[in-house]
Design a protein around this ligand. Structure first.
Ligand code: ATP
Ligand code: MG
Length: 724
């Protein structure tokens, strides 16, 4: 058999990994060394040479995007579709198992998935039912606690009273929360995994079936698996099917969410016969970029250690841009992208990376102003926008009346005269009787438990949902969505409440939801076994939130957090906001372990670039409603100077020991005699504060924000300012 097409474009160690016999393997290698490529070719090898049915392969990747790319690449390689193969994220695959076996998993057939906001709402409700004050017991903390326990596979009934009040309270909240989830027929993200693990663990028949079915299990980005995910893999492999894990300890960036680098070490202990394969040649980046990444990561103490080299060109130096502020930073990058396109480059080959989602806003508005198409991954995600969630809540209620979070969300949205008081009557009754809010409302209606006005309003709501469900049942999905949106009167509500401009935006988004439903291809395959198209679409919305928005097919500059850039590569990368306190993140500054994780994140970011890399920081930045002055990130200094070309040197100097984001400005080089932040007096405009300075000698100017007159630029030679 001619298998050259599988092996030709691989180097020796890659080839060995792809064609190795069937036993467990750990491919441990640096960024861009072809780990994902090896995994794809390994699957092709198993199908083509080992004659494995695609059906008996399970492959896990980190995002839905990576999963669909992986499937595409395998099909390309083999030249045929590989329908029955299970490729997906941990969450996606766990969801598939639960849909197929909802009865054994003790879930209602149309269970819905809670996102993080919905979950928080339900945690709050659990706390309220226990009479716990939100201020003393922040619900976010309880949410974090619950997710962390689920990620460890721990249910509340197995948690011991520790004598610690705080801990015991958390167990009570966890218990009440679980009860509410059960009653509402909803599952959160961590539950998907834990529940599917229990499903397989506690059902010998299913266990046997899946262990026999999956003859090979392959995992990408193994360094970021948490304890539960690792247990899930072990259970499905049953110790018999070999696990092929690829990863890079230097790219472990989800420790804060429970990922365990130790899984890499555990792997070789749990599978003593496992072969460890190292790949050392990088095929992605220029030598300059690679040297920068290698130099940076050596500052971490806890590493397994590896070499990475390239035969590639030296490449351009890394550019370093000191922006005056965040707008200046965005404008510089916009200009660079315009120039790139003029030289024939594609926008989609450029990525703007930032540490936190909030930073995308300025890039977005600058790009809109300059007419540069862009796409944001994450951030204000389409399926997470308020209006979309409202519409989805109506749809979810039509699919499952017991979905309490959805009930609460829309019972008075748009306003229909159902006040907080009525809602709390329903809530209390529901919690007393152990009913869903929907059933509680109906019983209260029968028992005349409301005032006549409230009763009429609640009755109206109940009828509305029933009508939506009945009328839309036989329509195609997108008409169903449109019908429910129309009947909800959400559009009129937003127009009235938020005015033409903002309201229009929301209406556009609601229309987009109808298009999304239209574009949603419902295949009644094993993915959505037993599911009607609406429930399938709702699950899709919950699972795909945040990935790949924007017009498909349009050439867009890519914007995303460094976390979501994992595994991807671009010709040109901008790493922005490189200021101490922003990146590395403020919370990491005092903890060595978290600092190492930030540095790994920087390593991930740098190694996304193939040809060109630009680092930028702003001397002053408006963020979260404050003006921040952060010194340039230490990560910049950890890259050797000879690899860097400064595009614009900073105007300010920082105290080199400054180690945190500051709200007071650094000293600036200027000969105006004034510094930013200083208070001054002007004979006509009164008192004010210096915002900026520029120029020198007779043309030196200062920008002053006067208390009564607002901001003005003044030429110092004429202004006659006096310092206060
Ligand atoms: P990351 O750690 O960032 O996930 P990776 O190790 O998974 O990276 P890949 O994405 O598989 O690396 O490969 C990086 C780039 O190098 C890709 O463009 C890939 O096609 C290319 N590549 C990998 N191996 C080879 C090879 N033997 N010959 C030519 N190109 C290769
Ligand atoms: Mg990869």
């Amino acid at each position: 058999m001619d298998v050259s097409y599988i092996l030709d474009e691989l180097n020796k160690p890659q080839r060995d990994a792809v064609s190795m016999p069937s036993h467990p393997a750990l491919v441990l290698a640096g960024a861009g060394s072809g780990k994902t490529r090896v995994l794809v070719h390994r699957i092709a090898w198993l199908i083509e040479v080992e004659q494995l049915a695609p059906f008996s392969i399970l492959a896990v990747t980190f995002t839905n995007k990576a999963a669909s790319e992986m499937r595409g690449r395998i099909e390309n390689l083999l030249g045929t579709p590989v329908g029955g193969m299970w490729v997906g994220t941990f969450h996606g695959l766990a969801h598939r198992l639960l849909r197929r076996h909802w009865q054994e998993a003790k879930l209602p057939q149309h269970f819905q998935i809670l996102d993080s906001d919905d979950q928080l709402r339900l945690v709050k409700r659990a706390q309220r039912s226990l009479n716990l004050d939100d201020k003393l017991w922040p619900p976010k903390q309880a949410q974090w606690f619950i997710n962390a326990r689920k990620d460890e596979g721990v249910r509340p009934q197995y948690m011991q009273d520790s004598g610690d009040i705080n801990y015991n309270q958390m167990i009570r909240i966890y218990t009440a929360y679980e009860q509410l989830c059960k009653q509402s027929g909803v599952v959160d993200f961590a539950e998907l995994l834990l529940r599917s693990l229990e499903l397989i663990r506690d059902n010998p028949e299913l266990q046997q079936h899946y262990q026999q079915r999956f003859r090979h299990i392959l995992v990408d980005e193994f360094q970021d698996t948490n304890e539960l995910q690792y247990a899930w893999l072990q259970l499905l492999s049953g110790g018999k099917s070999p696990v092929f894990a690829v990863g890079d300890d230097d790219q472990s960036i989800y420790g804060w969410r429970g990922a365990k680098i130790e899984n890499i070490q555990n792997f070789t202990q749990d599978y003593p016969q496992a072969q460890t394969i190292r790949l050392e040649q990088n095929y992605r980046s220029t030598n300059t970029i690679l040297k920068a990444a290698n130099a940076l990561i050596t500052h971490n103490e806890h590493r397994l250690g590896k070499n990475l080299w390239t035969e590639g060109a030296e490449g351009e130096p890394i550019k370093l841009f000191a922006a005056y502020n965040e707008v200046d930073e965005a404008q510089y990058i916009a200009g660079q992208i315009q120039a790139w396109v003029e030289q024939g480059g594609k926008r989609e080959e450029t990525a703007i990376l930032y540490r936190s989602n909030a930073q995308s806003r300025v890039f977005e508005s600058t790009f809109i102003e300059q007419g540069i198409p862009y796409r944001v991954y994450g951030g204000q995600r389409f399926f997470e926008r308020a209006e979309i969630k409202d519409a989805l809540a109506y749809l979810r209620l039509t699919a499952n009346r017991d979905d309490d979070p959805s009930f609460e969300r829309v019972i008075n949205q748009p306003t229909r005269g159902i006040g907080d008081k009525t809602v709390s009557i329903i809530r209390e009754y529901a919690s007393l009787q152990g009913l869903s809010l929907w059933l509680a409302a109906q019983q209260l209606l029968q028992q005349k438990g409301f005032t006549p006005r409230a009763a009429a309003a609640v009755q109206g709501f109940v009828q509305l949902i029933e009508q939506m469900a009945k009328q839309s049942a036989r329509q195609p999905l997108h008409e169903q969505v449109e019908y429910v949106i129309d009947l909800s009167h959400l559009k009129e509500h937003f127009l009235k409440k938020e005015g033409e401009e903002k309201g229009r935006d929301r209406i556009e988004n609601l229309k987009e939801l109808i298009s999304a439903a239209q574009a949603f291809e419902y295949k009644p395959d094993e993915d959505h076994a037993n599911l009607d198209s609406l429930s399938a679409f709702l699950s899709h919305a919950a699972l795909e939130a945040g990935e790949g928005q924007g017009d498909a097919g349009e050439d867009c500059a890519q914007m995303m957090t460094m976390h979501s850039a994992k595994g991807l590569e671009f010709q040109q990368v901008f790493i922005t906001g490189m200021e101490i306190g922003l990146f590395p993140h403020q919370n990491a500054l005092s903890e060595a372990g978290r600092m190492e994780e930030e540095r790994r994140l920087c390593y991930v970011a740098i190694t996304r670039a193939r040809q060109l890399l630009t680092l930028s920081y702003a001397e002053q930045r408006q963020l979260y409603g404050n003006t921040l002055y952060g010194a340039p990130s230490q990560f910049i200094h950890e890259i050797p100077d000879d690899l860097i070309e400064e595009i614009r040197p900073p105007v300010a100097t920082w105290d080199t020991h400054s180690s945190a984001l500051s709200t007071s400005p650094p000293t600036r080089h200027n000969d105006s005699g004034y510094r930013v932040g200083q208070r001054v007096y002007h004979a006509t405009f009164g008192d004010g504060i210096i915002l900026d300075t520029e120029g020198s000698g007779s043309s030196a100017r200062v920008q002053v924000n006067f208390d009564d007159e607002g901001s003005k630029w003044l030429v110092l030679a004429y202004a006659n300012l006096s310092a206060l």
